[in-house]
Design a binder for this molecule. Structure first.
Ligand code: SAM
Length: 199
């Protein structure tokens, strides 16, 4: 996968992961960043992220939301949000918060699905028909000054059971069973969009 570090070097900088979930990405940022802050509204996930990073002195995890970030003005250099809150139309309150917390010269990176390409993209269109169409989403981001970088990635599982479990997490029962009946093997090609903006 194209590297995030190539898009926004975070060495020695203050990083914010919005919607950090269980904190999976925090240690990677922490290995080079000056400080790393994770924010998530779900208390159980905050607890897991804190547990994951308890030995990392430069990581803090806060309970909070993208729309009301528990951070001071101009306190962040690099924002990362992966499959969290920033899905296009409707995320304007979170974008206003990024304007407030990101320092001049900072960068924000949002990773989301690209429903126009790839096997997973087709599954996504089928499972989430109410998501705004790709043109609407693209127009939203470009109107707000963001740039799209298409990225090709993929899932590779070591067992069919693992693939099936993940598909059943991602989609409702009927959609998941239909997908699994059609799709063979242990791999799924998956296109995403990396949306970025400099401040
Ligand atoms: C699909 S998970 C992704 C977690 C993580 N970013 C990752 O890539 O592993 C979506 C996350 O967004 C969080 N979330 C939901 N609403 C949010 C909001 N308003 N502001 C910030 N995060 C939110 C959820 O609690 C969840 O942790």
């Amino acid at each position: 996968m194209r590297s995030l570090a190539g898009e926004a070097g975070w060495a020695g900088r203050d990083v914010l992961d919005v919607g950090c979930g269980t904190g999976f990405h925090l240690p990677r940022f922490a290995s080079e960043a000056a400080t790393v802050t994770g924010v998530d509204p779900h208390p159980d996930l905050v607890a897991l992220a804190r547990r994951r990073t308890r030995a990392l002195p430069n990581v803090t995890v806060h309970h909070g939301t993208a729309q009301d970030l528990p951070l001071p003005d101009a306190s962040v250099d690099v924002v990362h949000a992966r499959w969290a809150y920033f899905f296009g139309p409707g995320c304007e309150p979170g974008l206003a918060e990024l304007d407030r917390v990101v320092r001049r010269g900072g960068v924000a990176l949002v990773v989301d699905n690209d429903p126009t390409r790839s096997t997973f993209g087709g599954w996504f269109r089928r499972g989430y028909p109410d998501v705004p169409d790709a043109d609407t989403v693209e127009r939203f981001w470009s109107t707000h000054g963001w740039t799209r970088t298409p990225v090709d990635m993929g899932w590779r599982f070591s067992s069919r059971a693992d693939l099936e479990s993940v598909v059943r997490i991602e989609f409702d029962g009927a959609t998941a069973e239909a997908i699994l009946a059609e799709h063979e093997g242990l791999e799924v090609d998956y296109a995403v969009n990396l949306w970025s903006r400099e401040f």
